[in-house]
Design a binder for this molecule. Sequence first.
Ligand code: XMP
Length: 518
Amino acid sequence: MDPSEHILILDFGSQVTQLIARRVRESGVYCEVVPFHNGEAAIAKRSGLKGIILSGGPASVTSAETPRAPDAVFTSGLPVLGICYGQQSLVAQLGGTVESSDHQEFGRAMITVATDCPLFEGLWRETESHQVWMSHGDRVTALPDGFSVVATSEHAPFAAIADVERGYYGLQFHPEVVHTPDGAKLLERFVRGICGCRGEWTMARFRDVKIEEIRAQVGQHKVICGLSGGVDSAVAAVLIHEALGDQLTCVFVDHGLMRQGEAEDVVSLFRGHYNIPLVHVEAAELFLGKLDGVSDPERKRKIIGATFIDVFEAEAKKIGGADFLAQGTLYPDVIESVSFTGGPSVTIKSHHNVGGLPERMNMQLVEPLRELFKDEVRALGKELGLPDVFVGRHPFPGPGLAIRIPGAVTAEKCDILRKADAIYLDEIRKAGLYDAIWQAFAVLLPVRAVGVMGDGRTYDYVLALRAVTSTDGMTADFYPFDMQFLGRTATRIVNEVRGINRVTYDITSKPPGTIEWE
Ligand code: XMP
């Protein structure tokens, strides 16, 4: 995308780089994330580029051979903001010094504003103290010419630095995370105040620009789109349908790993509400056959990803060939599979619609939501007229119940889990909690416990309930249900679902857990 004004974010591999993008877009300015080594080309080709942000990253500028911003960043004449590693790289490249520190600093810290500066205008004043989020081992110890210190913290005497004349700023802390309460405003100050962006970027514009991009990418070819039952693939399908009309065919693959009622809901939305051609494939036997005896989570994800592609390719042949496969891949799916931009971030799990795809796939991918977070997708869904009940649905992962059944997956276990999950969601809806929770689901553990029902002994599965609050799926907290709710739900599940005799509640946040169990 190349709107009339935008910001470039050079990624040094931080797990939270995309939060910078998100905050910038929240302030009404379009931006893109590009790996640091592609920065030069990105700067050369962009008209409308107003400023550059250098992200944090896991490397240390004190070691040899670590990432550096391309020279073009500093010869472009544009304002530059370096965050954490980005600040250290900026300092090292412009002639200052960075050293490893005895005091690593992780978590909340207080900084004191040393002097007023344009980045803080209207926000922070000299001598004030403010909370920020630090996460660094190295720190700046000598500034390049032209720079001065504008904020300090106990362990970082150069917590914020500025060369006002050149429009260069550096922050040792992370303004992009919510734990820096004024962080979003600081980023807004940078992009609007320092870089001079007007801030006219909206979801309506995103939709228009994406529609043009989809048309340019696909031309007259046919596209096949996999619907998972979740919001993302539905929004992607409706957007692509707006762009291409009947060049699009949607395929809903029932892999036997869906929740109760899921297939019916999707089919009626697409065939009834929209007039989008939809092929409904029953493939439970195929998927469960391939998963037979497989318990490793990454193998499960890869098998499901590969089998999806087999089914899509077979369906594509039936409609006379499709050259493109559309998916509702989101940014959090991507950042934890490989770095979004090809940059250096660590793999946590292969989300099936990203790392799980086989290399041999014959179709090209169309992924119009790849840069968006969940709540941005919901906003886009509303923009496209999707019904509120659908847009507000909790996320559901492509690999479905398979990653909610740790260990080997069987049809019998899927049935047990489906029933328990439906009761849990029913209780959540009845308690009026559905919209307050970001995602809730049940997990069938590969553990059996002894119980007593009536006068008999039982030896059945243990179920874990999970419910989290989150804004983007990148971090999450467990939902604090009251005990009566949990007691009521557990009783119903044990009474109504054969095969479960014990229920637990998962109170792990993300990190250190992930939302799904696999
Ligand atoms: P984790 O478990 O990584 O999940 O904390 C973050 C969010 O992503 C969803 N998720 C997936 N979505 N394909 C998807 O479309 C996948 O393979 C996948 N794995 C996890 C998860 O449900 C949560 O909302």
